[in-house]
Design a protein around this ligand. Structure first.
Ligand code: KG4
Ligand code: ZN
Length: 347
């Protein structure tokens, strides 16, 4: 079964064609990173206007890349939310129109479940349930117990900044640019992760929730103090060694908290067969390394097979849709008119 999916929840205009929930025939993305780098973050109206320009060319390219025409497509999938509402509207309206004109069933997908299913992409073997998932994105940060396909229980979540958001904000404080995650991890390679003693928020005893805003503030305080002693006005003037040490110390603090909470959740659910990492921050090499060491000899650990499946993409949306559609195709009709939502509700 071939599903064509569209994802426009934030700043990537993405379209994919995926067969049977794992075989990626095409995964086309028009990134807006260069546009948003100028403003140091995503301006929603700018993102939406860019989606309008990119949507049809991305769709055309996707069909071409997969050597498919519309008759080959069994169903359509669309990110319904959560995300930036003006961006979501462009994707959902496009999908609604195609569903009507081409008479194809349309499957609405919750974005985070897409990230969860990114671990199914390009995978040949079967995944064993229950799976414990750490979702680490720019907008969301959760610990999720997945008992079977599309059966989720949220065990913990961020009470303030998500991990990716903290990476982006700290990169901004250090004058490193946007998006922060990949830049921080690159700069951190030359830094000493023990150089700064940064706080780790574990919250109440036994809590599986996260909080990264205190860590971000601690970084800001250190930068302000350092700049003052040096007489600097702006982050651009910060010394390279200082930036590398602070980036490495920050990354280590985030990785340590994420790994410890993931392990705590694992210990509370002894029947867990696999541990998965998903979302943009799953691209972080240090995070993968530390989790993989922690779970070695304990349980199967997976992260998305390719970096392009970590950050927003449409292939993951098609994979999630496949497992919704497979067992209940009658639930999904053509012309069903999907209304986007900013709400996290899904499960
Ligand atoms: O999942 P995603 O593409 O978008 C949301 O759904 O939010 O995640 C984007 C986030 C950004 O905050 C970005 O800085 C972060 O993922 N990210 C990383 C890395 N690559 C992307 N964070 C840490 N290390 C990375 N290598
Ligand atoms: Zn995402």
């Amino acid at each position: 079964m071939k599903i064509l999916s569209i994802e426009t929840s934030c700043d990537e205009t993405a379209c994919a064609i995926v067969e049977d929930g794992h075989k990626v025939l095409a995964n086309t993305i028009a990134s807006q990173i260069d546009i948003h780098a100028k403003t140091g973050g995503v301006v929603p109206e700018v993102a939406a206007r860019e989606h309008v320009l990119q949507m049809i060319p991305v769709l055309d390219e996707c069909l071409k890349e997969a050597s498919c025409d519309w008759d080959d497509i069994d169903a359509l999938a669309i990110t319904k939310g959560p995300g930036l509402i003006s961006s979501l509207i462009i994707g959902t309206e496009t999908a609604n129109v195609i569903s009507y004109v081409k008479n194809k069933p349309l499957i609405p997908v919750q974005h985070i479940t897409g990230h969860i299913y990114s671990n199914w992409l390009d995978l040949d073997e079967e995944i064993e349930f229950p799976v414990l998932i750490l979702t680490v994105s720019g907008g969301h940060n959760e610990l999720i117990l997945m008992k079977d396909h599309h059966q989720f229980e949220v065990l913990g979540e961020s009470r303030d900044d998500a991990a990716g958001e903290a990476f982006d904000k700290v990169a901004r404080i250090l004058g490193l640019g946007y998006p922060g995650g990949p830049i921080i991890s690159k700069v951190a390679e030359d830094g000493n992760a023990s150089a700064f003693d940064l706080p780790r928020a574990y919250l109440e005893k036994g809590s599986l929730d996260f909080s990264f805003s205190g860590l971000k503030t601690a970084v800001l305080t250190i930068v302000k103090k350092y700049a003052k002693t040096k007489g600097f006005e702006i982050a651009d003037e910060l010394d390279e060694k200082f930036k590398a040490d602070l980036a490495a110390s920050f990354q280590e603090a985030v990785v340590e908290v994420l790994t410890k909470k993931l392990y705590m959740a694992f210990q509370k659910h002894p029947d867990i067969k696999e541990v998965h990492l998903a979302g943009g921050v799953s691209a972080n090499i240090r995070l993968r390394e530390v989790i993989s060491e922690k779970f070695a000899n304990e349980v199967v650990f997976r992260h998305p097979k390719s970096i392009k499946y970590c950050t927003d993409n449409a292939a993951m949306i098609a994979a999630s849709a496949h497992f919704l559609y497979k067992d209940s195709p009658e639930k999904y009709k053509a012309s069903s008119n999907i209304i986007p939502t900013t709400s996290f509700e899904i499960f």
